[in-house]
Design a protein around this ligand. Structure first.
Ligand SMILES: Nc1nc2c(c(=O)[nH]1)N[C@H]1C(S)=C(S)[C@@H](COP(=O)(O)OP(=O)(O)OC[C@H]3O[C@@H](n4cnc5c(N)ncnc54)[C@H](O)[C@@H]3O)O[C@H]1N2
Ligand code: MOO
Length: 404
């Protein structure tokens, strides 16, 4: 039945009840590919690579020791044991950055430190813990030296090898890798500019005094943090009251953004203006996605600007961001793992459910309070359990889980 307050057209001009993958793909199709820019590696943290990165050097740059000890010939040390130690003559030392340049022969060794190149003629390491002192010029090995404690030149990557691929996000470990490949500056995509607007007469700034029925604008702050975590820039448009005119004015202020994300006002109530505003002055690409929480999500456009309308319920807005918007902004599919269910999880007949779950001992349990207004469920539970349409989960079943 159409709702008299905010009727849904009998024959809507836009798709309704799209699937989660369809919603992601439709949003992705509206986002621009930001230009490439060259920045220093310090500035590149969290950005997306525009080009493949090849190694400018090999790592290790020489065959080197993984331990502090001595470098020698493995064949000389076979059979070494505490009761039958092998004695080797010490010729000198090899330090990281200051290699030993001579040749090591049979019955000889060189003191060596972690990361130092192994001298010519040697192929194995014996750590200091397995050496007995035999004066300044000799050592006794209490066990054979091992070629496994040698790191071969280029064993991590070889000069010229493509190690990081275009599109990858420079996480801290990848940034460290880019530096170790020899890059001081890298070509990355400009950060997407995401305008953010929350709506609703009852929504108030943190720090203000609430009247009954009012709520703090938790969505806008949570979403801003999630946008930044996704590697994008936030253009904070603040908060709009339930007035289509004021909403339109504020949306017009999103100039220069690549996409606008709004919170609230997408459902069926008399004061839910987002859909009709886009229909009358912009366009609607879809309304409603087959997921819970977050079913009333909306995608459309406003004078060339893509607009994604998140539902106002606090859990719904953050979950829809994580499940649909983040993958489109980052190009990364959501990271999921499979765990056994320690409790049953209910299925919905026509929607994928993202129930809050608690992970313990390698299993996941129903958090219990699954209401879309129970914001603390996301913080307490820490996981979203993905239950496909019409497929209830029994105890012991494997389920797909997103960490949150
Ligand atoms: N008759 C129907 N009613 C509702 C339906 C429906 O299908 N038929 N869908 C429900 C679902 S599901 C959701 S989700 C919500 C989404 O509604 P809106 O996007 O229109 O959100 P609002 O009405 O503006 O607010 C809902 C709720 O969230 C609180 N809120 C809003 N903004 C914020 C904010 N920035 N920070 C914190 N909390 C916020 C708001 O006070 C309300 O309590 O609609 C259901 N209704
Ligand atoms: O999708 Mo709504 O989030 O169920 O409350």
């Amino acid at each position: 039945m159409p709702n008299a307050a905010n009727p849904v057209p009998d024959q809507p001009s836009f798709p309704m009840n799209v699937s989660v993958p369809e919603a992601r793909a439709m949003l992705l199709a509206l986002l621009p590919q930001p230009e490439a820019e060259t920045v220093t590696v310090s500035e590149a943290a969290g950005r997306f690579l525009a080009n493949d990165l090849a190694a400018l050097v090999s790592h290790p740059s020489a065959t080197e020791s993984a331990l502090d000890g001595i470098a020698c010939r493995e064949a000389d040390t076979l059979g070494a044991a505490p009761l039958s130690p092998v004695r080797l003559k010490v010729l000198g030392e090899s330090r990281a950055g200051v290699p030993y340049t001579g040749l090591v022969g049979a019955g000889e060794c060189v003191r060596i430190y972690t990361g130092a190149p192994i001298p010519a003629g040697t192929d194995a390491i014996c750590p200091v813990e397995q050496l007995a002192d035999a004066g300044t010029d000799a050592v006794q090995l209490l066990r054979p030296a091992s070629s496994g404690d040698v790191r071969p030149e280029g064993g991590d990557f070889a000069k010229g090898e493509v190690v990081l691929h275009a599109g990858l996000r420079l996480t801290p470990s990848r940034l460290a890798l880019a530096v170790s490949l020899g890059h001081a500056r890298v070509s990355v995509r400009r950060r997407l500019r995401v305008a953010l607007l929350s709506t609703g007469d009852e929504v108030r700034e943190p720090g203000s005094v609430l009247e009954p029925g009012q709520v703090y604008d938790s969505n806008r702050y949570g979403l801003a943090a999630m946008i930044r975590e996704a590697g994008a820039e936030v253009l904070d448009l603040g908060h709009a009251p339930d007035s289509p005119e004021r909403l339109a004015e504020l949306i017009d202020g999103a100039g220069g953004a690549d996409v606008l994300i709004t919170s609230g006002g997408v459902s069926m109530g008399k004061y839910d203006f987002m859909r009709d505003l886009l229909l009358s002055q912009g366009r609607v690409s879809f309304w409603k996605v087959r997921l819970r929480p977050g079913g009333p999500a909306l995608l459309g456009g406003w004078r060339g600007l893509p607009v994604f309308g998140l539902p106002g319920n606090p859990v719904s807005s953050l979950v829809v961001f994580q499940v649909i918007v983040r993958p489109a902004l980052t190009g990364e599919p959501p990271f999921t793992l499979r765990l056994r269910a320690a409790t049953p999880f209910r299925a919905l007949s026509d929607k994928t459910a993202y129930w809050r779950g608690t992970i313990e001992g390698g299993t996941v349990s129903d958090y219990g309070k699954q209401g879309s207004g129970v914001l603390r469920s996301l913080s307490d539970a820490g996981a979203l359990v993905i239950v496909p349409e019409g497929e209830p989960v029994e105890v012991g079943d494997e389920v797909e889980v997103m960490l949150f």
